[in-house]
Design a binder for this molecule. Structure first.
Ligand code: SPV
Ligand code: MG
Length: 468
């Protein structure tokens, strides 16, 4: 009996040792596999202006695994704020050369889920500032997604008092170079659903467009640039919109506006003048940093397109106008300087067929976009044009000026394929009656007191432009 017990004990001991050895080997094997399969730490960022906050996040992430940066594309950034200063490729090159970064992949939306499902990172690293504000929802979706493979969210403390937005604010006095400003419009048009520009007739209105923004659905909305309008430039100087204000005078005041702003400017060049004079105009515009020229296909004495009576207005022969377009394409120094051909067929009652025929010719001549103009009360005719032109193999982006059909919403324009909307005269139209009313009030009351209530206080006007 004793011997039997001893044998059992011996067998048990052997089995126990065998199992311990085996499990040690299995654990060892798992550890080796784990070590061999490097962990991945995912960081989503825009990385436009890199600062120590970014480096802190990347450094922290590198402690958890190989750092994959999901770099937000220009389109992704444009979905919730202004497009970045540097385009995607430039930002990618910078990040790829940071020692903490293993790989840079494009993140096509503000939302991480698509990339996370693809990469299945072990960690996502983000500053803890996204617990509140526009990114709150994005954060929730990250947590729910990585939960599926037991991924963890690491949230280092946000580096206070530093962010690209803050740096950009500080830099707003350091106006961008003409080259950067020229290419910005093209970048905006390829990044946003629709680019919105507003008429500016002097540096002060330029500053309003530069700075004004509203918050809607947690997004910051602002104008993308300025329209240098022949109508409001002329009216500001007490002149009719018939080209009596010379290009040199208009470019001189354009430069004043350029001196204090950074957003792209689209220049209204009437019909561009004589083809022989175009080299001088284009040179001046590019030197100023204008992003685009809009040229209308009219000849003879210029008359504003919104006048009812257009009986003396003549359209250029499409082949001759195409020559002007081609000439600008050959002349421009920057490939990003855009030539936008403006079709006046609807203005002079020529109809859809003529407009489409011209759009094809202008597009083939090298135009970057077509402005289809209308003075109707509804957008029906420009929408009919868009529908037809979309079928053409020469289709290029569309531009509109909703002055008479101002009820149209941007969403509707987007649906019909419009990429640029020009609010062509609203700031001057706002300022003029306000100034008239103030002048009348002073006359009526024989003092300025009554006008005070409706105008900006002295303290605000003297501090409007900072002297630092
Ligand atoms: C302008 O603003 O000068 C324009 C647009 O060219 S329109 O007044 O509609 O002709
Ligand atoms: Mg004009």
């Amino acid at each position: 009996m004793e011997i039997q017990k001893l044998i059992y004990f011996h067998i048990l001991k052997k089995t126990y040792r065998y199992l311990v050895n085996l499990s040690l080997k299995v654990i060892g094997l798992i550890t080796i596999i784990r070590i061999m399969k490097k962990k991945i730490a995912y960081v989503g960022m825009s990385a436009d202006i890199l600062h120590k906050g970014h480096i802190n996040i990347l450094k922290t992430a590198s402690r958890y695994g190989e750092v994959y940066v999901g770099l937000l594309t220009d389109q992704a950034i444009a979905s919730y704020k202004n497009i970045p200063y540097l385009d995607y490729e430039k930002r990618k090159i910078i990040l790829e050369n940071i020692k903490y970064v293993k790989k840079v992949v494009p993140q096509l939306t503000l939302d991480y889920v698509e990339n996370l499902n693809l990469i299945k990172p072990d960690y996502v690293v983000h500053g803890d500032d996204w617990k509140i504000g526009i990114q709150k929802e994005t954060r929730k979706r990250v947590i729910n997604t990585i939960k599926k493979w037991s991924g963890k969210l690491i949230e280092p403390k946000y580096t206070e008092k530093i962010s690209s937005t803050l740096i950009k604010k500080e830099m707003s006095n350091l106006i961008t170079s003409p080259e950067n400003r020229i290419s910005r419009l093209k970048r905006l048009m390829s990044s946003k659903d629709i680019v919105k520009i507003l008429e500016s007739h002097n540096p002060l209105t330029g500053l309003i467009i530069e700075k004004i923004n509203v918050k809607k659905n947690k997004k910051t909305i602002e104008f993308d640039g300025m329209w240098s309008s022949s109508l409001t430039d002329s009216a500001t100087r007490g002149l009719p919109d018939n080209s009596s204000l010379s290009f040199s005078a208009r470019i001189s005041s354009l430069n004043d506006m350029m001196d204090v702003t950074s957003k792209p400017v689209v220049f209204d060049a009437d019909n561009g003048g004589q083809i022989e004079h175009l080299p001088f105009l284009i040179r001046s515009l590019e030197r100023s940093g204008a992003s685009a020229i809009i040229m209308e296909d009219k000849v003879g004495l210029k008359k504003n397109s919104l006048f009812k009576n257009q009986k003396d207005t003549k359209q250029d022969k499409p082949e001759l106008f195409a020559k002007k377009i081609k000439k600008i394409c050959d002349l421009r120094q920057s490939k990003d300087f855009m030539v936008i051909a403006r079709i006046e067929s609807f203005i002079i009652g020529k109809g859809l067929t003529d407009a489409i025929k011209r759009a094809d010719i202008y597009s083939k001549a090298g135009a970057d976009a077509i402005l289809i103009h209308s003075k109707e009360k509804t957008p029906a005719e420009i929408f009919s044009f868009a529908k037809e032109f979309k079928k053409s193999k020469n289709f290029i982006p569309l531009v509109c000026v909703p002055s008479t059909y101002s009820k149209v919403k941007e969403d509707d324009l987007i649906k019909h394929g419009f990429k640029l909307v020009i609010y062509a005269n609203q700031l001057l139209r706002a300022a003029y009656p306000a100034m008239q009313e103030t002048a009348r009030t002073i006359l009526k009351n024989q003092r300025a007191f009554e006008a005070d209530k409706k105008i900006i206080p002295i303290n605000e006007i003297i501090n409007l432009i900072k002297n630092d």
